[in-house]
Design a protein around this ligand. Structure first.
Ligand code: AMP
Ligand code: MG
Length: 441
């Protein structure tokens, strides 16, 4: 393996090498996330919640179907249930008439077996009477005034087959099957299918307690005065939003100065009462970048610097049992590293399965040309656009600066460029991650 392509991670004793063209000293995102998921345990804190409070939560039990859905064979359409063998006994030419022996409505089944040579009026969802083997839809039938007799269209009789317009018991859900696997992030349809099993509660992950703060002497809190040369703290709100979106219980710890003692006290205190500390700023190599030494003084650093752009200086460490994630200061870096590293890692801690924490990528032709330096995986803020030929192409924002937060407002997704990709030509395929395909949106 070529020396320049080797990336290593140390801190846990593990030496990981990946030959995907990452810069030396930087860990590729996939490796960093895999290691983090190996080193950070899945939380054993679970709780039982009412169904209506389960949306977005991580399921922590296999939900096994207790009942068949539907519970009995039932009608898929409004019409008449009948026995095909009876049709054979009727004249084989022209329309036929048949007496109606009763009614089966949803919740009010016809009692007993269908009498020979008769039809049963049936509503959608109503139980198929014993002995009936098809439902003829009411559009193919003319009933007399008191609905005691029907005339059935000949063409419809000739078309009618065994089982027509009948939904079979267990056709949707079979008793005994795992209808929802542990680790699934619950969407409306998932909660609904649990309700369809008669479940009123589900066992889900307890929300992680996440302390969030921003660091930097230049920062001012929104609502306050902006000193000359200062900037309002925007990162805290991006972090809080992403954490809330994945169901975390967030404590907003505000702004911290670039001061060793201030940071040390605040982190030590936050670590006592939280599962995770998430910060922005102060993790790079400048004089005011104190987060690393502070975490080092209180606990340990497990990872630092990823082969990603933006977001390179990201740090992972631990103070006691509390995970510490130090995101960089640039606002786009905060969001990209938050969405693609912090969010999947925290979902892992809450027990999410891989499919429910990974970003969804799909291939799209590029609508642009680009040359770039290799060695880091890069994300461009992007939108899909229909070009003059009606083809969907991905277009990047005009600036790739990681300080331009408005690019994230303009964007509807990210173009992902692999570590070793040095150029993009118009029409070549790039990977596109729609914001809707990320867990925190
Ligand atoms: P740092 O990583 O602390 O050197 O910060 C990198 C850049 O991000 C600097 O230009 C900071 O002013 C900016 N920045 C840091 N924290 C924030 C924040 N909370 N909100 C907005 N911009 C920030
Ligand atoms: Mg700073």
């Amino acid at each position: 393996m070529a020396e320049k392509n080797a990336a290593s991670v140390s801190g846990s004793g593990a030496q990981v090498v990946a030959d995907i063209g990452s810069q030396p000293g930087l860990t590729p995102l996939d490796v960093a996330l895999r290691l983090a998921c190996e080193q950070v345990a899945v939380s054993d804190l679970i709780e039982t919640r009412d169904l209506t409070d389960c949306f977005g939560a991580i399921l922590r039990e296999d939900v096994i179907a207790a009942v068949n859905v539907p519970s009995v064979d039932n009608a898929a359409m409004d019409g008449y249930a009948l026995r095909l063998a009876d049709m054979a006994a009727l004249p084989q030419k022209g329309d036929v008439t048949m007496p109606v022996a009763g009614v089966s409505l949803a919740g009010h089944p016809f009692a007993g077996e269908i009498p020979v040579g008769r039809a049963i009026r049936i509503a959608t969802g109503a139980a198929i009477p014993v002995g009936a083997d098809a439902v003829i839809i009411q559009e193919n039938v003319t009933a007399n005034v008191d609905e005691s007799e029907i005339r059935i269209d000949r063409a419809a009789i000739d078309r009618l087959r065994h089982g027509d317009n009948i939904r079979r018991a267990g056709e949707d859900v079979k008793q005994g099957m795992v209808i929802l696997p542990a680790g699934k992030r619950l969407r409306p349809q998932d909660v609904a299918v649990a309700a369809g099993q008669g479940r009123a509660h589900l066992v889900v992950a307890r929300p992680l307690r996440v302390a969030v703060f921003s660091t930097g002497d230049e920062l001012a809190a929104p609502g306050g005065e902006l000193p000359p040369g200062g900037i309002y703290d925007s990162n805290r709100f991006a972090m809080i939003g992403m954490m809330r979106a994945i169901g975390c219980d967030v404590t907003d710890l505000g702004l911290l100065r670039d001061d060793f003692a201030v940071l040390q006290t605040a982190l030590a205190d936050a670590a006592q009462h939280h599962d995770v500390i998430l910060t922005s700023g102060g993790v790079s190599v400048g004089k005011a970048d104190l987060l690393k030494p502070v975490v080092d003084s209180l606990g340990e650093i497990h990872a630092w610097k990823l082969a990603i752009k933006p977001g390179k200086p990201l740090m992972r460490g631990r103070i006691g049992d509390c995970l510490v994630l130090g995101l960089p200061g640039n606002p786009v870096s905060v969001m990209v590293s938050g969405l693609l590293y912090a969010v999947p890692l925290l979902l892992h801690m809450m027990g999410a399965r891989n499919e429910d924490r990974a970003a969804v990528r799909f291939p799209v032709p590029a609508g642009f040309n680009l040359k770039r330096g290799t060695g880091r995986r890069e994300w461009l803020r992007a939108r899909l656009h229909r070009n003059g030929n009606g083809q969907l192409v991905a277009l990047p924002f005009h600036s790739s600066s990681s300080g331009v937060l408005s690019s994230m407002v303009w964007a509807e997704g990210l173009i992902e460029l692999a570590e070793n990709r040095s150029s993009v030509q118009q029409g070549e395929i790039v990977e596109y991650i729609a914001f809707a395909g990320l867990q925190a949106f």
